[in-house]
Every structure is written in C-alpha cells, then in structure tokens.
Design a binder for this molecule. Structure first.
Ligand SMILES: *[C@@H]1O[C@H](CO)[C@@H](O)[C@H](O)[C@H]1NC(C)=O
Ligand SMILES: *[C@@H]1O[C@H](CO)[C@@H](O)[C@H](O)[C@H]1NC(C)=O
Ligand SMILES: *[C@@H]1O[C@H](CO)[C@@H](O)[C@H](O)[C@H]1NC(C)=O
Ligand SMILES: *[C@@H]1O[C@H](CO)[C@@H](O)[C@H](O)[C@H]1NC(C)=O
Ligand SMILES: *[C@@H]1O[C@H](CO)[C@@H](O)[C@H](O)[C@H]1NC(C)=O
Length: 380
C-alpha cells in the first residue's frame, strides 16, 4: 500500500520534470525561430535544398557552397601534401561551410584578425549578442586591425536546420562534423585551427575566444597596436600557468594512457588567447603525426601539449587581465568599470546560467564609453 503510494509520487515527480524539460525545449525552439525570423525569406527554401544535398553528399548544386565543400580535399592536399601522415587525426575533421565565403581578405592581410569563437550549436542568442557587441566585424577608428568573427559549432541534430539558416543569413558559422558534447571540446578546438589553415590562412592574427565571455575589444586592439610584434615574438599569447598537474581522479580526469606525464607543459586558459597564422600551421603540423592522440582537456591540449610539441614559445598578455565573476556577486560590467586592464570577463554565463544576455549589451556600453567611443564614429 505504502509502496504503491511512493511509486505514484515518484511517477508524478518524473512527469513534472519531463513536462518542464519539454516546455523549456519547445520555448527555446520558439525563441530561436523568432530570432531567425529576420532572415530574408526569399532564399530560405533554396538554402534548405542546397544544404540537404550537401549533407547527403550529392553535390549537384553549382552553388559556391558545394564548390567549397568539394575543394576541401584539394585544400588539404595543397597544405599537407606529401607531409600528410597516415592515420592523421586531421583527416577525420571535416566541415560544413555557409554558402558564401567566410574569410574575405582585406588589402593588407597583415592587419587582418579573425576571432575564432567556439560556440554550442544551441547558443544562437549568444552569437547574436556577440555580433552586436565585442565581436562586431569592424575596423575601428584609430586602429589598423580589421576584425572578423567566426563561430564554430558542433553537430546537433535537434537544431541543425536553424544553424544552417543562421549560416545562410550571417555567413559566419562553421559547422564542425563532430557531436556537440563535452568530450569532444579538444577535437572542436583543433578542428577550428584546421579550418583556419584551410580557409583563412592569410589572416595574420588569430584570437580564440569562448562564446560566454565578455571582452574589451579596444584593450585587445591596443595590445595589438602597441605591444604585439609577431615578426619578432611569434608565439602564443595568454595567461600561462606553469606546473599544472594532470587531474587523474575527478570528473575531468585524464588517464595515464591518454597522457603520461604528471604535469602539463605551460598552458593558458582556453577562454582567450592569441597566435599568428604561422603558429597555427605549426600546431597543425604537430598534430599531423601518425597516431597522434588528442587529450580531452581543450586548453591544456592546444596551448600546452601541442604548443610544446610544435616548439612554439609562449608569452603573457602584457598588462592585461581577466576575471571570473561567478564566485562573487559583482557583475562583469563593474569589473570593466573599475579595472582599466581588464581584457576578458567570465560571467555566470560560463557556468551555464543563461537567463540574462543583457550583460553583453550593458558591458559593451560601458566599454565603449570607457574608450570614449560610440559606434556611430567607431569605424569608417
Ligand atoms: C539527397 O538529397 C537530394 C535533394 O534533397 C534528394 O533528392 C536525394 O534523394 C538525397 N539522396 C540521398 C541518398 O539521401
Ligand atoms: C561564387 O564564386 C564566384 C567566383 O568563384 C563569384 O564571382 C561569385 O560572386 C560567387 N557567388 C556567390 C553567390 O557568392
Ligand atoms: C601569414 O600571413 C601573412 C600575412 O597575411 C602571409 O604573408 C603569410 O604567408 C602567412 N603565413 C602562412 C604560413 O600562411
Ligand atoms: C615546476 O616543477 C619542477 C619540477 O617539479 C621544478 O623544478 C620547477 O621549479 C617548477 N617550476 C615552477 C615555476 O614552479
Ligand atoms: C576619455 O575622455 C576623458 C575626458 O575627456 C579623458 O580623461 C580620458 O583619458 C579619455 N579616455 C581615453 C581612453 O581616451
């Protein structure tokens, strides 16, 4: 009697949880559709058909998207050619590009910076906020650097159509053919480098960021203008940690089979680091070895292990800082107001708490006024 009572209670609770999850999901899909409804309607159907044919590999469509897809093997051949290792992990990393070219070179590619943003396929709203704030494709007054932000998402069947509409609309989302799953973060990160090498090799500066950070773009541009000389100090720039031990026992554990040493080579936080196109190539060459193994911890792998294998020097961001805000209650905008050296701020968004994207916009307003800039006079 009592037992069946409990079973009923448990069933009720499960049903409640199920309903909430379903509702949240439906609500999300609905918001995403709204978000994308600003897409010009004319081309949507064509795009869908085109992408379907991309997905099943029958590249009959003469559009540039198919061309790009077909060319990928040629590009690989050109770049790795005879240096291509048997069993290279790089062969297993492939992409679905938007219909039009993503990387459009300016006259002077020495001043071209691409910002690689690793994003979850579901995070449409984050990407939209970044396009409008710190990741604007701009050339700001007073700086030579020309910025282009490119988002890399994994494959997530539940939102694939929406992602492809977004690709067609904004031409800045690359789909990496890897499941959207924590275990593959390092694969995604390596894939974003490979894409850059294949499709945007002449962008001299590459900045890698997460989609849940807030950034003072002008601090980055000032750093590039005053402190960066890749022809003299070509390396990887970040906030390096030395002697970080390899975790063997917790949730992010890496086994001895995966990585034997007890400490990682110096590595920096994955949330924001900078390197040159030639370092990008060297990192990929280091990964392009027979039976090279990816270690799952993305930042330790790329900026530590692979960087070390490639013999790329590391440098700290001169005079720039980052902060977390999720341990205390101070929001990122206050950090930006108080600290002139703050480059990056990781807000609660970083913990997956995502109710409030106004933070992107509020912080951006503060950053603009901090640098005496308004967008009307920001670029030319
Ligand atoms: C591939 O997509 C095209 C266009 O939608 C469709 O006609 C064709 O049947 C598909 N082929 C396969 C093998 O799925
Ligand atoms: C496709 O590529 C050609 C050059 O290869 C270019 O002239 C044309 O404008 C492109 N079309 C689209 C729709 O991007
Ligand atoms: C890196 O970019 C510069 C400037 O755009 C270019 O001259 C150089 O060839 C590129 N290097 C590689 C390895 O692609
Ligand atoms: C890192 O560890 C090694 C050996 O354990 C030690 O010799 C070295 O001084 C350490 N470096 C730093 C910066 O702590
Ligand atoms: C912005 O303007 C104020 C007042 O004119 C000045 O004190 C400040 O130094 C300026 N800041 C920057 C970053 O130019």
């Amino acid at each position: 009697m009592l037992l069946s009572f409990y079973i009923h209670i448990i069933l009720l609770i499960s049903f409640a949880i199920f309903s909430v999850v379903t509702l949240t999901f439906i609500k999300r899909i609905y918001t995403e559709n709204n978000l994308l409804s600003s897409t010009p309607p004319a081309s949507i159907r064509d795009t869908q058909i085109e992408f379907r044919s991309l997905a099943n590999g029958t590249n009959k469509s003469p559009s540039n998207a198919s061309v790009a897809r077909n060319d990928e093997s040629d590009l690989r051949e050109n770049i790795f050619g005879s240096a291509k290792a048997k069993n290279s992990i790089l062969d297993r990393l492939t992409f679905i590009n938007p219909p039009n070219t993503v990387c459009i070179y300016p006259d002077n590619t020495e001043n071209y910076m691409i910002i690689i943003v690793l994003s979850r396929a579901l995070n449409f709203d984050f990407r939209q906020a970044i396009r409008a704030t710190w990741g604007r494709n701009e050339k700001y007054k007073g700086y030579n650097t020309i910025m282009k932000t490119i988002f890399f998402v994994g494959t997530d069947d539940s939102v694939q159509l929406a992602v492809r509409l977004e690709q067609a609309r904004f031409n800045d989302v690359i789909e990496i053919v890897i499941p959207e799953n924590y275990a593959f973060v390092a694969h995604k990160e390596l894939a974003s480098l490979l894409w850059t090498r294949l499709y945007c090799p002449l962008a001299r500066i590459v900045f890698r960021a997460d989609d849940d950070i807030l950034m003072d773009t002008f601090s980055l541009l000032n750093f590039i203008k005053h402190d960066l000389n890749l022809n003299v100090n070509d390396g990887l720039y970040g906030w390096f940690r030395l002697n970080n031990s390899v975790h063997r026992g917790d949730r992010w554990a890496v086994t001895r089979m995966e990585y034997k040493p007890n400490t990682y080579p110096p590595y920096t936080f994955g949330v924001g680091y900078l390197f040159s196109n030639s370092s990008c190539q060297r990192l990929l060459n280091a990964a392009n070895q027979p039976n090279h193994q990816i270690v799952r911890i993305g930042d330790a792998y790329i900026t530590g292990i692979l960087r070390d294998l490639a013999g790329i020097p590391f440098y700290d961001f001169h005079d720039l800082e980052f902060s977390y805000t999720f341990h205390d209650q101070l929001p990122c905008d206050e950090y930006f107001m108080d600290n002139p050296r703050l480059l990056l701020c990781m807000s609660k968004l970083h913990l997956g708490i995502r109710e409030d994207l106004f933070e992107f916009y509020d912080t951006w307003d503060i950053i603009l006024s901090k640098h005496n800039t308004s967008l009307s006079d920001a670029s030319y």
